[in-house]
Design a protein around this ligand. Structure first.
Ligand SMILES: [Zn+2]
Length: 155
């Protein structure tokens, strides 16, 4: 029996379930030729290699129904450190597309989500696993710090 894994579609928010082996296939494919499992509903790729912009509803859906850890960047358009952190997060999402679900939540347009997650300063990076928050860091990090923090936290 093969083990199944769940992911929420970044395009239509359908919860997909598929063999975990498909995810491993993505992992071993080069960046130019990404073989991603497609959504059973809208047929778009489930793994896009980019952070997924979510609203509060989609955020909760990803946290509750992702078979891999979820990393959320809580940010706002007026925040300078958020802007300078954005490329780092984009690179991280591309490099870890099949291992970590990277989401971006705009706290300006989704204030209820910011409040629900007790976001006091931005950027805040929160890491979720199995539907629960396991750690968070406030303030921008560089690529090395981000990689180390996630790896250490998931150990
Ligand atoms: Zn879809």
């Amino acid at each position: 029996m093969s083990e199944n894994i769940k992911l929420v579609c970044p395009h239509c928010n359908t919860i997909n379930q598929f063999p975990a082996a498909k995810l491993r296939l993505t992992e071993h494919t080069s960046a130019e030729k990404t073989v991603s499992p497609n959504c059973g509903s809208c047929k778009e790729p489930l793994l896009t290699g980019a952070p997924i912009e979510v609203n509060s509803q989609a955020l909760n859906r990803h946290i509750q129904h992702s078979g891999i850890p979820v990393l959320v960047d809580f940010w706002a358009p007026w925040c300078g450190p958020c802007q300078s952190f954005a490329p780092t997060f984009t690179h991280y999402a591309r490099a870890n597309t099949s291992e970590i679900r990277c989401l971006k939540l705009n706290t300006e347009s989704n204030q209820s989500a910011g409040a629900a997650h007790h976001i006091r300063s931005i950027p805040t990076l929160a890491l979720f696993n199995g539907g629960k928050e396991i750690d968070r860091v406030s303030g921008a990090m560089n690529k090395t710090q981000l990689t180390q923090w996630v790896t250490q936290t998931l150990k």
